[in-house]
Structures are given as structure tokens and as C-alpha cells.
Design a protein around this ligand. Sequence first.
Ligand SMILES: [Ca+2]
Ligand SMILES: [Ca+2]
Ligand SMILES: [Ca+2]
Length: 267
Amino acid sequence: MRYPRYLSILIAVGLLGSAVHAHEAHMQIGRSASGQLKCNPADGVQDDTLTVLNLIPPGGPISGYSASVPGFGLVISPSVADDCYPLDPGADVWLEIIAIDAPLLMVETPSYWIINERIPPELRIGGDINAHVHPLWLLDTTDPAFNPVQCTWEIYFILKDKGSTGYHPSELMRFRFSAGRVPCPADFDCDGDVDSDDLDLLHSCATGPAVRYDAVGLPAGCTLSADGFGVLPADLDKDWDIDQTDFAIFQRCYSGAGVPADPYCAD
Ligand SMILES: [Ca+2]
Ligand SMILES: [Ca+2]
Ligand SMILES: [Ca+2]
């Protein structure tokens, strides 16, 4: 039997137990001197963070993965060096989802409403110095939109101020999630190894030194897709070309067919 999604999540959360409330698991939100919302670059979780989702215990109405981090809090002391300051009274910060990969769900707690399905898809964080919001991140592997040949699922969002302070919206931010393991960056087909199949994918997208690729006009044989920032997975050093430097990183990551690849080989 298929429960309504809202009810399923409510039951699944009961199985997961209490949420983690660690300070370092928060994105700390402040503002720049010029009045733009931002995350503190020196404290807490940064945008572009990769979170490994944990397998949900069997027996519940949802099969998949979840985490209760990252969450959101507010900067409490100024940091001139980081151009990051606490919000002034009257601020009212909201998160708006710009894009999210199905079937990754962002679920408000403790109401368990699915933010993805709200119009507009917004989550209130607030402006009080003690603001403390932990959504539940949920990947439902029984959803028809679940693609097992996908290593990461992403959410793009902005922070905006609906309060009297009128701060400028943040730049576009991203969190990434993977299911059960940290993916290896050179495992382009997401099967856990780095082998000749991954090398073929790299070759099909190669451009040459300092030859910039165009994420919307890739070579005919290139089947990799760019992330929301326009970066191709095969561009392992993220400098907008796919050349010998990327190949050298790939060689370091090579594990062979069926052999688990090292997720940190490109560091
Ligand atoms: Ca592979
Ligand atoms: Ca490159
Ligand atoms: Ca393989």
C-alpha cells in the first residue's frame, strides 16, 4: 500500500528517532557590510557541502535515505575579516528553493510539510538570534524519479529577507547529497569503480588545454551532463577545460573494473 507522501514522511521520521542538533551542522547566516545575506565563510557548514544520506531502517513505509543536517542558524558575532555580521532586528530570513533534483525532498520539521511541493517553495528561518531550523533531507528510492545511476542529488537555493531590514538576497547556493557513500569524482557512470568505461566518458568530452567547453553545446559523443554551475564531471580540476591535467587526476583515481574507487583520490 502506498501512503500519502506527507503521512509516509511523518511515519518515517518516527523510525529515525531524534534529529542531530550540532552547531557545526548549521549553515551560519549573516550579512555583508553592504547588506547582502550570506553564509559565514569561517564558521559552520558552507554552501557546496556534500552530505552522505543514511539508509533508513527497513520496515517503514519509505525506502530510501535521510539526514537531518545541514540545518540553519544565524551568525551571533561580527567578523570583519570575513565581511560577515549579525542580522539587525527586523530581519526575517527565508530560504527559497530555485531547483532540486527529484526525488530529493526538503521537509520542514516539526510540521513535516514537503517544501518542494509548496508554492512558492520556501522555508522560514526567521531573524531571531536563536533561530535554529533543521529540515529533514529525504531521498525516496521508491519514487519513479529515483535514478540509481546518479551519484549526487543537488538543491540550489537563495536566502532572502522579508523583514523590515530589506537585505539583498544571497547569491545562489548549493548543497549536494549522496546515498550511503561519498562518491568518487572520477566515477562518471556511478557504479563505484573508476575503470575503462569512465575513461571512455572522459575521452568523449575532452577539449584540450585552455579550450573551454560549452555545457550547452557539448561534442556529440559526450554524454556527461553539467551541474547547475555548468561544470562537467570530467573537468576534475574545475578550470573549464578537459585536458591532460584532468587526465592525470583521473589516473590517480583509476581503480579497475569492479574495484571500489577512493572518494578522496582527486584531493
Ligand atoms: Ca565507474
Ligand atoms: Ca580541467
Ligand atoms: Ca565499472
